[in-house]
Design a protein around this ligand. Structure first.
Ligand SMILES: C[S@@+](CC[C@H](N)C(=O)[O-])C[C@H]1O[C@@H](n2cnc3c(N)ncnc32)[C@H](O)[C@@H]1O
Length: 459
C-alpha cells in the first residue's frame, strides 16, 4: 500500500467566470470605461484578499501602480511591440512552455500545499489504484496483448503511474513486457518522475542525443521508462494512453461574437492605468481562427477552441485504430456548451491570467463534445462520465472500506477526506470527467462487455 499521508487539498483548478465578457462588452461599447475598470478592480481585490496575508487599505492603493514585471513579461512585450497583439493561444503557449521562463519549464514544484494546485492522484492513492484496475481489466479483456506500453501525457510528479504500476504488479504484470512512456515538457518534473518510479535520478541526457527520447531509466519493478517531448516520438505499438489534467493546459483561441461579426480576443500592452502591463483587446477584423473554428450552427456568443487538443485526439485515435490500444482522458470539461473558462491559478487561488505571466498556471475547460466529434468515425468512445460516477462504478467505496480496516485514525481521516474530495459533486466529483476510446474493431465485443467505470455492474 502506498503512503496515506497525502497533502491537504485546498483548491483544485476549478472553474470560475473570467472577466472576458466584461472586456468584450467594453470593446463593443456596451459597457462604459468606468464600469469596466470597476469590474476589473473588484476582481483583483477579490483575488488578492485570498492570495496575500498582508491586507492593503484602500488609501494605500497607489493609482497607476501595476503588477510586477516578470522576465517573461519583458519578452512578451518586446514581441507585441514587434509584431502586434498576441492571440490567447500564443500567450498561453509562451506562458506555460517557454523553455526558459514558462510556468512548466521554470522548474518550480506546482503541486501540493507549497505549490499552486493539487490534482486527483496527489489527493488520494485510491484514484490511481482504481485507474490501475481499469487499465488492467480493459487490457485483459482485449486479450492482454504484449508487450504493453503505458503512455502518460503530462505525468506531473509521476504519482498516477506509480499507483498504476503497483496495481499491475499485484496482478503479476511487471518487468520488461511492460514499458512506461512519459510525454513531458518539464525537465525538472521529469527528474521528480524518475525519482518516484526508479528510486534515483541517474540519466544523463547527453547519452540520448540520437534517440527520440530525451531520457531513459528503469522502474524499481524492472520496466524500462522513457521520456519524450511529443507523442509523435513514442514508438507505435499497442498502448494504453492516459492523460489526467493535461488537455486543459493545451492553448486555446478565444473568439467573441460582436455586431460586426466574429472577432478574436487578443492580448496587447496596457499603457493606460489598468492593473497589469497587458490587457485584452478584440481583433479589428476576422483572424484565421475566427474563419476556421466557427461552425455555422454555433449558438454561443463566445467560444474557446483548442486546436492542439483536437490534433492530439486525432493522433491518439489513429494510433488506436492502426496499432491497437485504449485511451483514458481525465479532465475538467464540458459538453460544448460552456464558453468562458480561461483562468489562472497561483498559491491555490484564482489569479488574473495577465498578472505576472510565467508565475501562475493557465488552464481552460476541455470541450469533450468537440474532441469526441473529431474521432467518432475512427474509434469507439465511452463517456464523458463524471469522476464521481467513474470512481463509484469502479468500487471506490469498497476500496475505501478495505483500506480503512488496515490503517490508523489519522490515516482514516485522510482517506475519508480524499474520498469526499474526489467524489463530492460540490468538489471534484462532477466537474471532472472521464472519456475513453477503444478500437472500432472491438465494437461488437464491447457491446457485450462494456468498459468498467462507464457502467454500474449489478450483482
Ligand atoms: C496540470 S499538470 C498534470 C499533472 C499530472 N497528470 C497529475 O494529474 O498530477 C500538467 C502536466 O503536463 C505537462 N505539460 C504541460 N504542457 C505540456 C506540453 N505541451 N507537452 C508535454 N507536457 C506538458 C506539465 O509539465 C505537467 O507535468
Amino acid at each position: 500500500m502506498g503512503s496515506l499521508s497525502k497533502l491537504p487539498w485546498k483548491i483544485s483548478r476549478l472553474y470560475c467566470h473570467s472577466h472576458l465578457p466584461l472586456v468584450a462588452g467594453y470593446w463593443k461599447g456596451s459597457i462604459s470605461k468606468e464600469k469596466y475598470k470597476k469590474g476589473r478592480l473588484s476582481t483583483c481585490t477579490h483575488i488578492r484578499s485570498i492570495g496575500t496575508s498582508v491586507p492593503v487599505s484602500r488609501s494605500q492603493v497607489i493609482p497607476n501602480s501595476k503588477s510586477p514585471e516578470t522576465p517573461l513579461l519583458k519578452q512578451l512585450k518586446a514581441r507585441i511591440k514587434l509584431s502586434g497583439p498576441l492571440t490567447v493561444y500564443d500567450y498561453m503557449k509562451e506562458v506555460l512552455i517557454n523553455p526558459v521562463a514558462g510556468y512548466y519549464a521554470a522548474g518550480q514544484d506546482m503541486f501540493g500545499s507549497q505549490g499552486d494546485y493539487i490534482t486527483s492522484p496527489e489527493i488520494c492513492q485510491m484514484f490511481g489504484e482504481l485507474v490501475g484496475v481499469w487499465v488492467y481489466s480493459e487490457w485483459y479483456k482485449l486479450g492482454s496483448p504484449k508487450p504493453l506500453q503505458l503512455v502518460e501525457l503530462g505525468p506531473g510528479r509521476g504519482t498516477l503511474m506509480q499507483d498504476i504500476l503497483r496495481v499491475l504488479q499485484q496482478f503479476g504484470e511487471a518487468g520488461s513486457d511492460l514499458s512506461v512512456h512519459f510525454v513531458e515538457v518539464s525537465e525538472e518534473l521529469s527528474c521528480k518522475q524518475e525519482e518516484k518510479l526508479c528510486g534515483v535520478v541517474q540519466s544523463n541526457k547527453d547519452d540520448y542525443e540520437k534517440e527520440l527520447y530525451f531520457k531513459k531509466s528503469t522502474t524499481t519493478g524492472g520496466s524500462p521508462v522513457f521520456w519524450y517531448r511529443h507523442l509523435g516520438s513514442v514508438p507505435r505499438s499497442f498502448s494504453v494512453f492516459l492523460a489526467n489534467e493535461f488537455f486543459d493546459v493545451l492553448p486555446i483561441h478565444k473568439i467573441c461574437k460582436t455586431e460586426d461579426g466574429w472577432r478574436e480576443v487578443l492580448i496587447d500592452i496596457d499603457e493606460g492605468d489598468g492593473p497589469h502591463h497587458l490587457r485584452y483587446v478584440l481583433s479589428r477584423a476576422e483572424t484565421p481562427a475566427t474563419k476556421v473554428f466557427i461552425q455555422p450552427e454555433e449558438t454561443r456568443d463566445e467560444i474557446e477552441v483548442s486546436p492542439d487538443a483536437a490534433v492530439l485526439c486525432e493522433e491518439l485515435a489513429s494510433r488506436i485504430e492502426e496499432d491497437g490500444g485504449i485511451a483514458l482522458i481525465m479532465d475538467y470539461g464540458h459538453d460544448g456548451k460552456d464558453s468562458s473558462t480561461f483562468r489562472a491559478f497561483k498559491n491555490h487561488a484564482l489569479h488574473d491570467p495577465l498578472c505576472e505571466p510565467g508565475t501562475a498556471d493557465l488552464t481552460a475547460d476541455v470541450d469533450f463534445a468537440h474532441l469526441k466529434g473529431q474521432i467518432q468515425e475512427r474509434v469507439i468512445t465511452y463517456g464523458p462520465v463524471t469522476q464521481s460516477s467513474f470512481l463509484t462504478n469502479m468500487g471506490i467505496e469498497f476500496r475505501l472500506a478495505n483500506l480503512m480496516k488496515h490503517c490508523h485514525l489519522d490515516e482514516q481521516k485522510s482517506l475519508i477526506s480524499g474520498f469526499k474530495m474526489l467524489t463530492d459533486p460540490l468538489k471534484m466529483g462532477t466537474r471532472f470527467k472521464f472519456l475513453a476510446f477503444f478500437p472500432a474493431a472491438v465494437k461488437d465485443f464491447l457491446k457485450k462487455h462494456p468498459p468498467a467505470g462507464f457502467y454500474r455492474y449489478e450483482d
